[in-house]
Write a protein that binds this ligand. Structure first.
Ligand code: DUC
Ligand code: ZN
Ligand code: ZN
Length: 473
């Protein structure tokens, strides 16, 4: 039996903090020990196999990024991080679990799609991983398959109100799938943007010669997001389906979610670091084709309209419950460049899996969220939302020893040649400075990162069979 003791740190949970030593046996946390126990002659430091000094550090549950797209075929190309490179980058940034999206394409069977994603990930991952299921075509066959997703440890599925001709589901299809969600307990995840109206606006803008990346944001106006969010909420209300809206970026969409929650509906919202820090004016409008680096959907919103401030506020007040990345990386050369002269051909996506914990910690430094809330929105809530809590998202006896030592007096300079391990030729976060540093990362008791060195390996990460959402009765 391998034993590890993390000694002298401040253990932070979603509900509080205190000095405690964490004892690990093999892959599990077995005890939290008060410092006083050492004075009583119970100092375990001399008897464990590995002793980690956490003095001055926060000891927090490993990050859970519940929205990633590793090697996802999309927009005529494929997301540039493989499960190997993407999960390694995640580990560097203190994320020890991802939930990626398996895809059922049009004309394909759901379980063939799921199997394909198992094949891509199996034996490749540095950290643990689970899957949501994208239902790309709601039909009798896929509705039947949904009856069996929970048995596979896939307790959530995603539908798109955007991307007509690719992943798009119309209202009738959404209605049918949500009925199934209510019957099976699967959580309905929705990409809420009015796809057909967006496509009409894209055509209009291009015909006026408005081809720059900035117009991606114009075409995907906040009205498109608010309307679709409202429609999703109403369909969920009608069918009694639990609803989780992904990558919320518009303050008007947040208001829809808040109203539904006040109304007693099981509705949840996720936002992403890009909607808290970046804007349509500063990044999408960077000039020329540069803005392509920040083309993602939903799009970056206007700084002048203060969407970013509202998003921080919503995180504080729990109108938005958690932060994922929607990690969907594309290189500038050869991938983003596909959209030179036509913004609608730029592959949609930003890579952030490596930086989520740091970027959200900067919210603590800036006084936008508390330290405990940081743990909650990056780890504990994702664990509960997606049926992993107890095993993940908490430092407590019986939990997997997925632990991050975070150094609040350290510093992280984000950018190529600095802290960049994602398989991308640029960083959407170039130049960001973080007043904190991921110091040590453990996944199921194994040290993956220590002293700025990667000690992990592909194949360490295991598939997590998830239970149903733990916010539902
Ligand atoms: N949005 C993105 O930016 N990329 C992948 C898919 C999505 O919905
Ligand atoms: Zn989406
Ligand atoms: Zn996504």
């Amino acid at each position: 039996m391998a034993t590890t003791l993390i000694q002298g740190g401040t253990v932070v949970s979603a509900t509080g903090r205190g000095t405690a030593d964490v004892l690990i046996e093999n892959e599990k946390i077995v005890a939290l020990l008060a410092p006083e126990s050492r004075l009583l002659g119970e100092d375990l430091a001399g008897s464990v196999d590995t002793l980690i000094d956490a003095t001055g550090k926060y000891v927090v549950p490993g990050g859970i990024d519940a929205h990633t797209h590793m090697q996802m075929p999309f927009g005529g190309t494929e997301a540039s991080d493989t499960f190997e490179t993407g999960t390694r980058a995640a580990a560097w940034g203190g994320t020890t679990t991802i939930v990626d999206f398996a895809i059922q394409k049009h004309g394909e069977r759901v379980f063939d799609g799921l199997e394909a994603w198992h094949d891509k990930a199996n034996g490749e991952c540095a950290i643990d991983y689970g899957f949501h299921q994208i239902i790309g075509e709601v039909n009798r066959d896929s509705l039947n398959a949904m009856d069996h997703l929970m048995d596979e440890g896939v307790s959530s599925f995603k539908l798109f109100m955007a991307y007509p001709g690719v992943f798009y589901s119309d209202d009738a299809q959404i209605y049918k799938a949500m009925r199934k969600s209510a019957d099976t307990g699967l959580l309905s995840m929705i990409h809420a943007e009015n796809g057909p109206a967006i496509d009409a606006m894209v055509e209009e803008l291009l015909s006026q010669g408005k081809t720059d990346p900035y117009y991606h944001g114009v075409a995907r106006a906040w009205q498109m997001e608010e309307e679709a969010t409202h429609r999703a909420i109403m369909l969920a209300n009608l069918t009694n389906a639990p609803l989780y809206v992904v990558h919320v970026s518009a303050k008007q969409a947040v208001a829809q979610l808040a109203a539904a929650r006040d109304n007693g509906q099981n509705v949840f919202g996720e936002t992403c670091p890009q909607y808290l820090y970046l804007s349509m004016e500063d990044q999408l409008g960077a000039g020329g084709f540069e803005g392509a680096k920040w083309v993602c959907s939903t799009p970056l919103r206007s700084r002048e309209e203060h969407h970013q401030d509202h998003m921080w506020q919503a995180l504080r007040t729990n109108d938005i419950q958690m932060v994922a990345t929607d990690h969907c990386p594309f290189c500038f050369k050869g991938q983003k460049e596909m959209g030179v002269g036509d913004f609608s051909k730029i592959p949609n996506g930003i890579g952030s899996v490596e930086h989520r914990m740091d970027l959200m910690y900067q919210g603590v430094v800036n006084g936008q969220i508390s330290l405990e809330r940081w743990v909650e929105i990056t780890s504990t809530t994702p664990a509960r939302m997606f049926g992993m809590y107890g095993r993940k998202g908490v430092i407590a006896p019986g939990a997997d020893a997925d632990i991050v030592l975070y150094d609040p007096s350290g510093h992280t300079s984000i950018g190529l040649g600095k802290t960049h391990h994602m398989n991308m030729d640029h960083s959407a976060w170039e130049g960001f400075e973080i007043d904190g540093h991921v110091d040590t990362v453990l996944s199921r008791g194994r040290i993956l990162i220590n002293d700025n060195t990667y000690l992990g390996s592909k194949g360490h990460g295991r598939y997590i069979k998830r239970d149903a959402c733990q916010y539902l009765i």
